[in-house]
Design a protein around this ligand. Structure first.
Ligand code: ADP
Ligand code: MG
Length: 238
Protein backbone atom coordinates (compact mmCIF):
# COMPACT_ATOMS: atom_id res chain seq x y z
CA UNK A 1 0.00 0.00 0.00
CA UNK A 2 1.37 3.38 -1.03
CA UNK A 3 1.86 6.21 1.42
CA UNK A 4 -0.96 8.76 1.73
CA UNK A 5 0.20 12.20 0.54
CA UNK A 6 -1.35 15.65 0.26
CA UNK A 7 -2.25 18.04 -2.52
CA UNK A 8 -2.20 21.79 -1.94
CA UNK A 9 -5.35 23.89 -2.46
CA UNK A 10 -3.36 27.03 -3.26
CA UNK A 11 -4.26 28.58 0.11
CA UNK A 12 -1.95 27.82 3.01
CA UNK A 13 -4.77 28.50 5.51
CA UNK A 14 -7.02 26.05 3.70
CA UNK A 15 -4.21 23.48 3.58
CA UNK A 16 -3.70 23.84 7.32
CA UNK A 17 -7.43 23.29 7.94
CA UNK A 18 -7.11 20.05 5.96
CA UNK A 19 -4.02 18.88 7.80
CA UNK A 20 -1.71 19.78 4.92
CA UNK A 21 -3.98 19.57 1.87
CA UNK A 22 -6.31 17.12 0.15
CA UNK A 23 -5.47 13.53 0.95
CA UNK A 24 -4.77 10.78 -1.55
CA UNK A 25 -6.76 7.54 -1.20
CA UNK A 26 -9.75 9.56 -0.06
CA UNK A 27 -12.75 11.40 -1.46
CA UNK A 28 -13.14 15.07 -0.58
CA UNK A 29 -16.55 16.58 -1.21
CA UNK A 30 -17.00 20.33 -1.69
CA UNK A 31 -20.57 21.44 -1.20
CA UNK A 32 -22.17 24.83 -1.30
CA UNK A 33 -24.57 27.01 -3.19
CA UNK A 34 -24.16 28.26 -6.76
CA UNK A 35 -21.19 30.60 -7.01
CA UNK A 36 -19.57 29.46 -3.77
CA UNK A 37 -16.37 28.58 -5.64
CA UNK A 38 -16.57 24.82 -6.12
CA UNK A 39 -15.62 24.86 -9.80
CA UNK A 40 -12.86 27.41 -9.21
CA UNK A 41 -11.32 25.10 -6.60
CA UNK A 42 -11.56 22.13 -9.00
CA UNK A 43 -9.69 24.11 -11.67
CA UNK A 44 -7.01 25.06 -9.15
CA UNK A 45 -6.54 21.45 -8.04
CA UNK A 46 -6.19 20.30 -11.67
CA UNK A 47 -3.27 22.72 -12.02
CA UNK A 48 -1.75 22.11 -8.59
CA UNK A 49 -1.58 18.33 -8.99
CA UNK A 50 1.06 18.94 -11.66
CA UNK A 51 3.36 20.89 -9.35
CA UNK A 52 6.52 19.36 -7.96
CA UNK A 53 6.13 17.69 -4.58
CA UNK A 54 8.09 20.40 -2.78
CA UNK A 55 5.48 22.89 -4.01
CA UNK A 56 2.53 20.85 -2.76
CA UNK A 57 1.85 18.95 -5.98
CA UNK A 58 1.87 15.28 -6.89
CA UNK A 59 3.69 15.56 -10.25
CA UNK A 60 0.72 13.94 -11.92
CA UNK A 61 -2.12 14.29 -14.39
CA UNK A 62 -5.75 15.09 -13.68
CA UNK A 63 -8.97 13.61 -15.02
CA UNK A 64 -11.78 16.16 -14.95
CA UNK A 65 -15.30 14.74 -15.31
CA UNK A 66 -17.35 17.78 -16.26
CA UNK A 67 -21.10 17.32 -15.98
CA UNK A 68 -22.23 20.96 -16.27
CA UNK A 69 -19.97 22.24 -19.07
CA UNK A 70 -18.19 24.57 -16.69
CA UNK A 71 -14.61 23.53 -17.46
CA UNK A 72 -12.76 26.56 -18.89
CA UNK A 73 -9.30 26.12 -20.48
CA UNK A 74 -8.78 29.91 -20.31
CA UNK A 75 -9.14 29.76 -16.53
CA UNK A 76 -6.58 26.96 -16.35
CA UNK A 77 -4.26 29.13 -18.44
CA UNK A 78 -4.55 32.03 -15.95
CA UNK A 79 -3.87 29.77 -12.98
CA UNK A 80 -0.96 28.01 -14.68
CA UNK A 81 0.69 31.29 -15.64
CA UNK A 82 0.36 32.54 -12.07
CA UNK A 83 2.43 29.51 -11.00
CA UNK A 84 4.92 30.04 -13.83
CA UNK A 85 3.89 26.80 -15.51
CA UNK A 86 3.51 26.42 -19.28
CA UNK A 87 -0.27 26.59 -19.86
CA UNK A 88 -0.10 24.39 -22.98
CA UNK A 89 1.68 21.65 -21.05
CA UNK A 90 -0.69 22.02 -18.11
CA UNK A 91 -3.77 21.67 -20.33
CA UNK A 92 -2.31 18.55 -21.94
CA UNK A 93 -2.20 16.90 -18.52
CA UNK A 94 -5.84 17.61 -17.73
CA UNK A 95 -7.99 14.96 -19.38
CA UNK A 96 -11.44 16.49 -19.60
CA UNK A 97 -14.42 14.20 -20.11
CA UNK A 98 -17.90 15.57 -20.46
CA UNK A 99 -20.56 13.39 -18.85
CA UNK A 100 -23.86 13.55 -20.72
CA UNK A 101 -25.95 11.76 -18.10
CA UNK A 102 -25.54 9.88 -14.84
CA UNK A 103 -24.97 6.55 -16.53
CA UNK A 104 -22.24 8.03 -18.71
CA UNK A 105 -20.74 9.67 -15.61
CA UNK A 106 -20.41 6.28 -13.92
CA UNK A 107 -18.82 4.77 -17.05
CA UNK A 108 -16.27 7.58 -17.20
CA UNK A 109 -14.74 6.37 -13.95
CA UNK A 110 -13.90 3.09 -15.71
CA UNK A 111 -12.37 5.12 -18.55
CA UNK A 112 -10.33 7.07 -16.02
CA UNK A 113 -9.09 3.78 -14.58
CA UNK A 114 -7.92 2.77 -18.08
CA UNK A 115 -6.27 6.14 -18.62
CA UNK A 116 -4.43 5.80 -15.33
CA UNK A 117 -2.61 2.79 -16.77
CA UNK A 118 -1.14 5.05 -19.43
CA UNK A 119 -0.60 8.29 -17.50
CA UNK A 120 0.22 9.02 -13.85
CA UNK A 121 -3.28 10.23 -12.96
CA UNK A 122 -3.14 11.48 -9.36
CA UNK A 123 -6.36 13.51 -9.29
CA UNK A 124 -9.89 12.65 -10.33
CA UNK A 125 -12.47 15.43 -10.28
CA UNK A 126 -16.23 15.04 -10.62
CA UNK A 127 -17.84 18.46 -11.04
CA UNK A 128 -20.73 18.01 -10.29
CA UNK A 129 -21.18 14.66 -8.57
CA UNK A 130 -24.91 15.03 -8.11
CA UNK A 131 -26.39 17.28 -10.83
CA UNK A 132 -27.30 14.55 -13.34
CA UNK A 133 -28.62 12.25 -10.61
CA UNK A 134 -30.83 15.00 -9.25
CA UNK A 135 -32.18 15.87 -12.69
CA UNK A 136 -32.87 12.28 -13.68
CA UNK A 137 -34.16 10.73 -10.49
CA UNK A 138 -36.93 13.02 -9.37
CA UNK A 139 -39.78 12.31 -7.04
CA UNK A 140 -40.03 10.20 -3.94
CA UNK A 141 -40.33 6.92 -5.81
CA UNK A 142 -36.87 7.19 -7.34
CA UNK A 143 -34.92 8.35 -4.28
CA UNK A 144 -33.82 4.87 -3.26
CA UNK A 145 -32.60 4.07 -6.75
CA UNK A 146 -30.71 7.36 -6.96
CA UNK A 147 -29.10 6.70 -3.61
CA UNK A 148 -28.07 3.21 -4.65
CA UNK A 149 -26.47 4.44 -7.89
CA UNK A 150 -24.67 7.25 -6.11
CA UNK A 151 -23.34 4.81 -3.54
CA UNK A 152 -21.99 2.59 -6.31
CA UNK A 153 -20.45 5.63 -7.99
CA UNK A 154 -18.77 6.71 -4.74
CA UNK A 155 -17.46 3.19 -4.24
CA UNK A 156 -15.92 3.25 -7.75
CA UNK A 157 -14.35 6.62 -6.99
CA UNK A 158 -12.83 5.37 -3.76
CA UNK A 159 -11.42 2.37 -5.59
CA UNK A 160 -9.83 4.73 -8.11
CA UNK A 161 -8.32 6.75 -5.26
CA UNK A 162 -6.91 3.63 -3.60
CA UNK A 163 -5.50 1.94 -6.69
CA UNK A 164 -3.81 5.09 -8.00
CA UNK A 165 -2.90 6.72 -4.70
CA UNK A 166 -4.94 9.60 -6.07
CA UNK A 167 -6.95 12.49 -4.71
CA UNK A 168 -10.65 12.38 -5.60
CA UNK A 169 -12.47 15.72 -5.39
CA UNK A 170 -16.20 16.02 -6.03
CA UNK A 171 -18.66 18.89 -5.91
CA UNK A 172 -22.23 18.98 -4.74
CA UNK A 173 -24.51 21.97 -5.06
CA UNK A 174 -26.84 22.61 -2.17
CA UNK A 175 -29.39 25.37 -1.99
CA UNK A 176 -28.93 28.15 0.49
CA UNK A 177 -31.60 28.54 3.08
CA UNK A 178 -32.87 32.12 2.95
CA UNK A 179 -34.85 33.38 5.89
CA UNK A 180 -33.15 31.03 8.29
CA UNK A 181 -29.80 31.05 9.96
CA UNK A 182 -27.78 28.38 8.24
CA UNK A 183 -27.30 26.24 11.29
CA UNK A 184 -25.97 22.79 10.60
CA UNK A 185 -25.37 22.29 6.88
CA UNK A 186 -25.05 18.54 7.38
CA UNK A 187 -28.73 18.43 8.21
CA UNK A 188 -30.93 17.43 5.32
CA UNK A 189 -32.15 20.75 3.97
CA UNK A 190 -33.19 21.54 0.43
CA UNK A 191 -31.11 19.53 -1.97
CA UNK A 192 -28.72 18.18 0.60
CA UNK A 193 -30.56 14.93 1.12
CA UNK A 194 -27.94 12.81 -0.58
CA UNK A 195 -26.05 11.32 2.31
CA UNK A 196 -23.14 9.92 0.34
CA UNK A 197 -19.97 8.87 1.99
CA UNK A 198 -17.06 11.18 1.35
CA UNK A 199 -14.02 10.92 3.62
CA UNK A 200 -13.77 14.69 3.95
CA UNK A 201 -16.59 17.17 3.52
CA UNK A 202 -16.06 20.89 3.02
CA UNK A 203 -18.90 23.35 3.15
CA UNK A 204 -18.31 26.52 1.11
CA UNK A 205 -20.21 29.73 1.49
CA UNK A 206 -19.99 33.21 0.06
CA UNK A 207 -18.60 36.08 2.04
CA UNK A 208 -17.82 39.66 1.05
CA UNK A 209 -16.63 40.16 -2.54
CA UNK A 210 -14.17 37.52 -3.60
CA UNK A 211 -13.99 35.94 -0.14
CA UNK A 212 -15.35 32.49 0.60
CA UNK A 213 -15.61 30.60 3.86
CA UNK A 214 -14.57 26.95 3.83
CA UNK A 215 -15.63 24.79 6.73
CA UNK A 216 -14.41 21.26 7.38
CA UNK A 217 -17.23 19.08 8.66
CA UNK A 218 -17.26 15.86 10.67
CA UNK A 219 -13.76 14.85 9.72
CA UNK A 220 -12.62 11.45 11.04
CA UNK A 221 -9.34 12.72 12.49
CA UNK A 222 -9.16 16.51 12.10
CA UNK A 223 -10.83 19.16 14.23
CA UNK A 224 -13.77 20.99 12.66
CA UNK A 225 -12.97 24.57 11.76
CA UNK A 226 -13.24 27.18 9.08
CA UNK A 227 -11.00 29.48 7.07
CA UNK A 228 -11.43 32.40 4.70
CA UNK A 229 -10.11 31.95 1.16
CA UNK A 230 -10.12 34.31 -1.81
CA UNK A 231 -10.89 33.71 -5.47
CA UNK A 232 -8.58 35.99 -7.43
CA UNK A 233 -7.29 36.15 -11.00
CA UNK A 234 -4.37 33.92 -9.99
CA UNK A 235 -6.71 31.32 -8.52
CA UNK A 236 -7.42 30.23 -4.94
CA UNK A 237 -5.35 32.09 -2.34
CA UNK A 238 -5.29 33.00 1.39
P1 ADP B 1 -19.74 27.10 -8.09
O1 ADP B 1 -19.03 26.09 -8.93
O2 ADP B 1 -19.69 26.81 -6.64
O3 ADP B 1 -21.13 27.40 -8.58
P2 ADP B 1 -17.71 28.83 -9.14
O4 ADP B 1 -16.54 28.04 -8.78
O5 ADP B 1 -18.13 28.82 -10.57
O6 ADP B 1 -18.96 28.49 -8.24
O7 ADP B 1 -17.39 30.31 -8.66
C1 ADP B 1 -17.79 31.41 -9.37
C2 ADP B 1 -17.05 32.59 -8.75
O8 ADP B 1 -15.67 32.56 -9.15
C3 ADP B 1 -17.62 33.88 -9.23
O9 ADP B 1 -17.97 34.63 -8.07
C4 ADP B 1 -16.51 34.56 -9.97
O10 ADP B 1 -16.45 35.90 -9.63
C5 ADP B 1 -15.26 33.87 -9.51
N1 ADP B 1 -14.32 33.82 -10.63
C6 ADP B 1 -14.43 33.12 -11.77
N2 ADP B 1 -13.42 33.37 -12.60
C7 ADP B 1 -12.64 34.27 -11.99
C8 ADP B 1 -11.44 34.96 -12.36
N3 ADP B 1 -10.84 34.76 -13.54
N4 ADP B 1 -10.91 35.81 -11.46
C9 ADP B 1 -11.50 36.01 -10.29
N5 ADP B 1 -12.63 35.41 -9.89
C10 ADP B 1 -13.20 34.55 -10.72
MG1 MG C 1 -19.67 24.88 -10.54
Amino acid sequence: RKKVTKLTTGSSDFDTLLGGGLETQAITEFFGEFGSGKTQIMHQLAVNVQLPKDKGGLEGHAVYIDTENTFRPERIKQMAEALELDPVEVLKKIHVARAFNSNHQILLVDKAMELAKEYPVRLLIVDSLTAHFRAEYVGRGSLAERQQLLNKHMHDLLKFADLNNAVVAVTNQVSSNPGMMFGDPTQPIGGNIVGHTATYRIYLRKSRGNKRIARLIDSPALPDGEVVIKIVKEGIRD
